[in-house]
Ligand binder design. Structure first.
Ligand code: HEM
Length: 505
């Protein structure tokens, strides 16, 4: 067949029209739809993405609350993003309509470059597998029985941290980092390396950093918005090489956890009856034993490895951030340190040895400090994203299936109608009432079903590790206050912009 210049022109014209059509369609999709919650104007193609060019988006979202209200609608290119800036909105959508607000974004980089076919718990859709693992983990580790069994481990790692702080107080941040990893690592798989193997600690935290950079909007490559980036070859796209290395390292770490659990299981089998009941049985070892005993494989090796690894990922940075804020506050506010010391001395005495996990319920002031830390500096101020799985209507606004929903914990915990001087760190507010709110609004909060704290998210994806977290952080705080004077050598940066580990920093 002869190719004439007329043919060539038609082909070129068709390509041009198709490209134009795609561009116009993409550009229209990036604009705000009708009946969408109020929000800042969106630009063609990118929507509101230019507003995310900061790692602390929650501050921007909180600022917009005054202008746009309790629910804000944003565009991420063609995607929809809705921010809930009030507790009532969070309760009405995430809690009450949990059956449709509990999905997770299908992140392209996670699915196609990091996790592949494996099931990382944080990114799982809301389905029967999610319910299955949540039930198993609550039964074996994060429910009341598991917490009681893991208590000696929480105490032992806290005691080890105190020893490290006594030996090397200058390295307090590193010592806290190691503790934040060691505690859940032993609880989840029985591996004790995080107390003595620096390479293991570095490997874990470097995985976390790469993971965060590939996921945080504004920092991650915008492949969802510009799908053409998916086809850029790896040698030109650094993110692809980072993702490949992360996948290998992360998988290796999770498999190491599984091997450790299997080894723990093997050692328990060969130990005598009395030795076996004395040894701590980790979450993964317990799950392996239950499967062996029942003869039913509920989770295969890959699922088990990612289940353990996913829990570790969820536990470490959040706990570290909380503990670090605790130390900073004790150093910055000697009167708080003094009050906590007086309370501990009156409850535990000075001659009975350091406080233990069972003393925690008797320390209301220290527990009030913990609640205030989570309110004042929530480790994940935007929560983790939930995805709406069916079209919905909220207060006359239309939200379509696939909308990503963020709970702005930062704004919720700073609601000026509820909190006196919301930016001040004031643990006493939690001694007044369980919500930490002004005296006049407590009854209203109770009637509305407000939660004492929003730092653990909401609905059916709410953090299952809250009791583990409170116990492990408070055992450390109690021992620290009992045994040390926490003082700062120089001025402390407590600002949210640069002095806050968390919130994407
Ligand atoms: C102070 C410490 C902690 C804070 C502030 C925290 C906060 C959170 C938040 C905000 C979420 C997302 C909830 C949502 O999507 O609505 C979450 C999820 C999760 N957290 Fe925590 N967390 C902490 C400690 C822990 C610990 C110690 C563990 C386990 C030992 C843990 C395990 C998990 C898991 C497995 C998820 C995923 C739940 C799901 O996707 O269904 N967390 N956490």
């Amino acid at each position: 067949m002869e190719v004439t210049s007329e043919h060539t022109s038609w082909v070129c014209l068709s390509i041009l029209l198709a490209s134009l059509f795609t561009l116009v369609r993409f550009s229209l999709k990036s604009l705000r739809p009708r009946n969408y919650p109020p929000g800042p104007p969106a630009l063609p193609f990118i929507g509101n993405v230019h507003h995310f060019a900061t790692s602390k988006t929650f501050l921007k979202f909180a600022e917009w609350r005054a202008k746009y209200g309790k629910i804000i609608g944003l565009k991420t290119g063609p995607g929809h993003l809705v921010v809930l800036n009030s507790a009532r909105m969070a309760r009405d959508l995430l809690d009450k309509r949990g059956s449709i607000y509990s999905g997770r974004p299908k992140d392209y980089i996670v699915r196609n470059h990091i996790v592949f076919e494996a099931q990382h718990i944080i990114f799982l859709p809301y389905d029967s597998y999610l319910k299955q693992w949540r039930t198993a983990v609550v039964r074996h580790l994060l429910g009341p029985v598991g917490i009681e069994q893991v208590s000696p481990i929480l105490e032992a790692t806290a005691a080890h941290l105190m020893y490290r702080l006594a030996v090397d107080p200058g390295q307090f941040a590193d010592n806290f980092r190691n503790w934040a990893l060691a505690t859940p690592l032993i609880a989840i798989c029985g591996h004790r390396g995080a107390q003595k193997e620096p390479e293991l600690i570095d490997q874990f935290y470097s995985n976390q950093e790469n993971w965060l950079n590939l996921l945080t909007p504004g920092v991650a490559p915008p492949v969802e918005m510009f799908p053409v980036l998916k086809w850029v070859p790896a040698f030109l796209a650094k993110w692809k090489r980072t993702a490949r290395d992360l996948r290998r390292n992360q998988r290796g770490f999770y498999e190491m956890m599984l091997d450790s659990a299997k080894e723990g299981r093997r050692q328990r089998k060969v130990a005598s009856q009395s030795q076996a009941s004395f040894r701590y049985e980790s979450l993964m070892a317990r799950m392996l034993r239950t499967q062996e005993e029942s003869g039913k494989t509920e989770f295969d090796d890959c699922q088990l490895a990612y289940l353990g690894g996913g829990h570790l990922d969820a536990a470490v940075d959040t706990t570290y951030s909380t503990a670090l804020t605790f130390v900073k506050i004790l150093a910055a506010r000697p009167e708080i340190m003094e009050k906590a010391q007086t309370e501990i001395e009156s409850v535990c005495g000075l001659d009975n040895g350091p406080p233990k996990p069972q003393d925690i319920p008797k320390l209301p002031y220290l527990r009030a400090c913990y609640s205030e830390i989570l309110r004042w500096r929530p480790p994940t101020p935007n929560n983790l994203p939930h995805v709406l799985e069916a079209d919905d209507t909220v207060g006359g606004y239309r939200l379509i299936k696939g909308t990503v929903v963020l709970q702005n914990t930062w704004a919720i915990e700073r609601d000026p109608e509820l909190y006196d001087d919301p930016d001040a760190f004031d643990p006493e507010r939690y001694l007044e009432n369980a919500y930490g709110v002004k005296p006049g609004v407590e009854a209203q909060c109770r009637a509305e079903g407000r939660k004492p704290n929003y730092a653990f998210g909401g609905g059916r994806r709410q953090c299952p590790g809250d009791v583990f977290a409170v116990t492990s952080v408070l055992v450390v705080a109690a021992k620290l206050v009992w045994g040390f004077e926490v003082e700062s050598r120089g001025p402390l940066d407590l600002s949210v912009e640069s002095g806050f580990h968390g919130g994407g920093s």
